[in-house]
Design a protein. Structure first.
Length: 145
């Protein structure tokens, strides 16, 4: 035995839940989840004399993009939710949970909103629809398998 570590990964083993809605089927054909920070959490200012100060900014907001096939039932669920959200004064923030079920990567926010109704196209072959969520208070753990 070589003693080398072996693990598994499956793009189908990701959980996405928004506002209690399981959004499991019809994931996009390539990259289907991406998460990026919105604001810097740490900055550095160096004075003219070389004294440096790290600024700690309490902002864990993130932008999470999720791509589904045009035919996915998730699009209907999210469209209905967003249409009610935009007609509700103050909107309807909801919890967002993303997890790799075969690994330890997780992202959770108690308060997230759909950023906008996505664009779509119809063509000879099925396309994709990308939903963008803004998470106000995201806790992110990029783990392993």
């Amino acid at each position: 035995m070589s003693g080398k570590r072996t693990t598994t990964y499956s793009g189908n083993a990701w959980t996405l839940n928004y506002g209690g809605m399981e959004l499991e089927s019809g994931k996009g054909p390539d990259e289907f989840i991406s998460s990026e920070h919105i604001a810097e959490e740490r900055t550095l200012v160096t004075g003219i004399d070389g004294e440096a100060v790290f600024n700690i900014i309490v902002d864990t907001s993130r932008k999470i993009s999720v791509t589904f096939m045009y035919t996915s039932k998730a699009n209907a669920k999210l469209s209905a939710y967003f249409n009610v959200d935009r007609k509700t004064e103050g909107g309807l923030p909801a919890p967002l949970y993303v997890a790799d079920r075969l690994g330890t990567t997780k992202e959770i926010s108690s308060s997230a909103m759909i950023a906008f109704m996505p664009d779509f196209k119809a063509a000879k072959e099925v396309g994709t629809v990308t939903w963008v969520f803004l998470a106000a208070d995201a806790d992110t753990f990029i783990g392993s398998h």
